[in-house]
Design a protein around this ligand. Structure first.
Ligand code: ADP
Length: 604
């Protein structure tokens, strides 16, 4: 509604605004021109009645004219078409029924016209319900009147008025013009509305096309960013592999105490850098929607125990107590889920708890909340007696690259990515993390997760005996083929293997590796995945196709420098037996090699 319209406005343009719908504008126009027409017609009738000296009719027509004029003025001041329509319809109904029952005591063509006008006008102006109401309010009494007339029972003491034919002609003519005007007007509005709908649909189509283009562009740029990060991380991990590997080798060579301290710092920094690269890579992967959750069978108790082993040592090194508690009912449960991602979440929480606690205890709890026949809901919680978090920062710490304060960054390092990854991993599974924390007292991070339960009862795994570094055992003198193109890595592996009493054979690409397997005899193959000429996946596939049964089944361990989580499927899919991700831990590689070689030798 246009509030700037002055009281003396008579123009239609000032009361129409762009905010009104096409239909409302049509209603206002109809009222404006309709009232004009009515003023002209009623004035003409009034003049005629006055000349004819019909006092009563002149008086009532004058009142009608003044009422119409007041409504017209109201409309041009405030275009409230709803109220004005109601007033007009009430007036028209009164005129119509008084004509039938009092003035004329007859149903003539004027009554028929006015009734028709009321029906059309009320439906167009006020919609279905009001349309029906005004139509029936007029029709039912008129029908009743006709019935009464038919029975000749209708009697009223007033004498019916005889209207002069010229007034009759004016009224009939004006009514027909109004009926035509209403129809014409609404038909035009209807056509305009349809045209506008079509135009809007076209506009929307164009907008959608533009929108799609922009999305495509954004997707491409995001993909380029992801690829760039992926490549960069690979490139960074390769030299990092050499740094960590070399440090490991030097540590194994009985360094002097001062050298050992320096090596510890070197190893710590390199490992930090590696964790950072992994976090960025992982976050990038989650953000680009490439994370797929696995559903594999695992034991919750084993997973927690394995994960907490290393963390407990770390906590104890810092002088903290580390307590792992789990419900007995969970100890022999085998469930389906993604153990890698679950470990990643809990690992991040425990690392933070240890990092941000100076004294006291870190608790890791796993409680069973609900046990239905097929599923179990578990509450995981990591609690500490550390520095705590201010209430107003509890949301911010889950944002990427956000830490509680600058002091945190300075004092504890870190990237602020850990919790962002944890939050997103949970959200992707429709789960939420809750945090309770009091500055100076400690924090508790917890979440619930539901798992389908396997009917199989988990057997307690026999304790694995780790190898002592540098010990010589069944691995010495085995024949190892290493397919690796990076010279630094080759040197590193040779040094490491010499400590285990192994002299490996080197192939500089996948094709050479196949040739060497064909002409030589190996107990195990270590296969880098990204190599020139023929990559590790294709080389493995070719080896598995060899006619010689023994050669085709030689154990192959993939050496991968790419992200930890996406490569697994491809490695197993191309027939390799296992993988270690570079930079690998010597112990881990050794154990995997030993297991595979033992199994392989026992099969042939
Ligand atoms: P980072 O550990 O690399 O700093 P995170 O995303 O894991 O990044 O954590 C974000 C911030 O949340 C931390 O910098 C720290 O301020 C706060 N925070 C996380 N866990 C704890 C905790 N257990 N106690 C106190 N503060 C914590």
């Amino acid at each position: 509604m246009n509030r700037d319209v002055g009281f003396f406005n008579f123009s239609i343009n000032k009361i129409l605004t762009k905010r009104q719908t096409i239909l409302d504008q049509a209603r206002i126009r109809l009222l404006y021109y309709g009232l004009w027409l009515a003023i002209i017609a009623v004035s003409a009738a009034l003049i005629n009645l006055y000349i004819e000296h019909r006092e009563i009719l002149t008086f009532s027509t004058s009142i009608l004219l003044v009422s119409i004029f007041i409504l017209f003025k109201y409309l041009t001041f405030r275009p409230r078409w709803g109220i004005i329509s109601h007033i007009l319809l009430v007036l028209a109904t009164m005129v119509n029924l008084s004509n039938v029952f009092i003035t004329l005591q007859n149903v003539d063509i004027i009554t028929a016209q006015i009734t028709f006008l009321i029906i059309v006008f009320s439906f167009y102006m006020l919609g279905q319900t009001c349309g029906l109401f005004y139509s029936l309010v007029n029709l039912i009494p008129i029908l009743l009147f006709l019935v009464l007339m038919y029975d000749s029972n209708y009697f009223i003491s007033l004498k019916p008025k005889v209207v002069d034919p010229s007034t009759l002609i004016i009224a009939i003519f004006a009514n027909f013009i109004l009926i035509i005007f209403i129809q014409n007007h609404f038909y035009a509005a209807f056509v305009k509305n349809i045209r506008q709908l079509k135009e809007t649909a076209e506009e929307r189509g164009n907008l959608n096309a533009e929108f799609e283009k922009v999305i495509e562009k954004a997707e491409k740029s995001s993909q380029a960013k992801s690829e760039f990060l992926s490549t960069m991380s690979h490139e960074i991990r390769t030299p990092l592999n050499a740094v960590i590997g070399m440090t490991n080798l030097l540590m194994m060579g009985n360094p002097r105490p001062d050298q050992k301290d320096n090596l510890e710092i070197l190893k710590f920094s390199a490992n930090n850098l590696l964790a950072l690269v992994n976090d960025v890579l992982d976050f990038n992967k989650i953000e680009s929607g490439k994370v797929v959750f696995e559903t594999i069978k695992f034991s919750l108790a084993d997973l927690m125990q394995n994960m907490c082993g290393g963390q407990k040592l770390k906590a104890e090194e810092k002088g903290l107590d580390f307590i792992l508690e789990m419900d007995d009912s969970l100890k022999n449960k085998t469930v389906f889920g993604d153990p890698t991602r679950l470990s990643q979440i809990i690992f991040n929480l425990i690392s933070n708890a240890i990092k941000f606690t100076h004294e006291g205890t870190v608790w890791v709890r796993m409680n069973q909340l609900e046990d239905h026949h097929n599923t179990v809901t578990v509450d995981f919680s990591v609690k500490d007696t550390g520095i705590g978090i201010e209430k107003e920062n509890l949301d911010a710490i889950f944002e990427p690259f956000t830490q509680e304060s600058i002091t945190t960054t300075r004092q504890y390092g870190g990237t602020g990515l850990g919790l962002a990854i944890v939050k997103r991993l949970l959200e992707l599974q429709d789960l939420q993390m809750s945090v309770l924390s009091q500055p100076g007292k400690g924090s508790e991070f917890s979440f619930n997760m539901e798992f389908p339960v396997s009917t199989e009862i988990a057997t307690v795994q026999a304790e694995k005996q780790p190898f002592a570094i540098g010990s010589t055992d069944s691995l010495s003198n085995i024949r190892v083929l290493i397919a690796e193109d990076n010279l630094v890595n080759v040197m590193l592996m040779k040094k490491l293997f010499s400590k285990w009493g192994i002299t490996p054979t080197i192939a500089e690409n996948g094709e050479r590796a196949i040739e060497m397997v064909q002409y030589g005899n190996f107990d195990i193959i270590l296969m880098d995945l990204q190599m020139p000429v023929l990559n590790g996946f294709d080389a493995a596939v070719e080896i598995r196709k060899m006619r010689d049964h023994k050669k085709a089944n030689t154990p192959i361990i993939a050496l991968t420098a790419s992200a930890l989580f996406d490569i697994k499927e491809r490695v197993f899919g191309s027939g390799m037996n296992d993988y270690v991700s570079k930079p690998f831990k010597p112990d881990e590689l050794r154990e995997k090699m030993k297991n595979l070689v033992t199994t392989f030798n026992s099969q042939i």
